[in-house]
Design a protein around this ligand. Structure first.
Ligand code: PGA
Length: 254
């Protein structure tokens, strides 16, 4: 399975700043092989970044999407718009969306369904809060979020989804989950995918880890057997850091 590394730039980067960052990443990428790489800039920088990464191995994703293709939804961006802007991927259900913008499991499900229908690969985020982990509820929360998001998604479409385990307490806190914690939750996720996807397809799904990934811990996280890639926030804003994280997966480096 080819590893996937996603850079989630969040609300960082004007059009010109985002282009400069993408250019820097593209320039230094040459020697890295065997990893799929997705940049997720803010909406306003999508078309500029598309031009920078044209004819390169870099792919692009958006950070959110609406579930309708068009209509009276002031302020929203549709899957069809993202496709034309050059996106192949879209992050859905990020914990910042769930917590700060009240996104519920049914909303996440509608977005996943609409993205798939438009030919976008959803990067579906799930993860527990510290309080939930402390109370021993991690497995329950992950199961609820996954089942909720996959409602209505057909067996074969599940394979088109990239799954990301992102413990809320690890995002932007400098405190990443340990290799054991990550491996345990990733195994649960794969088990949970068996019923809706079937065994073979469940085996083929990529499960990424995200939450305070940095150059100094990426090697250990990438080394966890159950980790098929990383979703990187803060550290993806510096080309050098992002590339050293990607290098942890590169074939020529193993
Ligand atoms: P972080 O963010 O790497 O800055 O912790 C990860 C994410 O939100 O996807």
């Amino acid at each position: 399975m080819k590893p996937l590394v996603v850079g989630n730039w969040k609300m960082n980067g004007t059009e010109s700043e985002a282009s400069a960052l993408a250019r820097e990443i593209r320039k230094r990428l040459k020697t890295i092989k065997g990893v799929e790489i997705v940049l997720a800039p803010p909406f306003t920088a999508l078309t500029a970044v598309r031009e920078v990464i044209r004819r390169s191995r870099l792919r692009m994703g958006a950070q959110d999407v609406h579930w309708e293709m068009e209509g009276a939804f002031t302020g929203e961006i549709s899957p069809k718009m993202l496709r034309e802007a050059g996106c192949g991927f879209v992050i859905i259900g990020h914990s910042e969306r769930r917590r700060l913008f009240d996104e519920s499991d049914p909303t996440v499900a509608k977005k996943v369904f609409a993205a798939l229908r438009a030919g976008l690969r959803p990067i579906l985020c799930v993860g527990e809060t510290w309080e939930e982990r402390r109370k021993g509820k991690t497995a329950q929360i992950i199961a609820r979020q996954l089942r909720g998001a996959l409602k209505g998604v057909g067996k074969s479409a599940i394979e088109k989804i990239e799954f990301a385990y992102e413990p809320v307490w690890a995002i932007g806190t400098g405190r990443n989950a340990t290799a054991d914690q990550v491996s345990e939750v990733h195994r649960w996720i794969r088990e949970l995918l068996r019923a809706p996807a079937g065994d073979k397809r469940a085996e083929r799904c990529r499960i990424l880890y995200g939450g305070s990934v940095r150059p100094d811990n990426a090697g250990e996280l990438a080394g966890v057997t159950e980790v098929n890639g990383l979703l990187v926030g803060g550290a993806s804003l510096k080309a050098e850091d992002f590339l050293s994280i990607i290098r942890c997966f590169a074939r020529n480096n193993k």
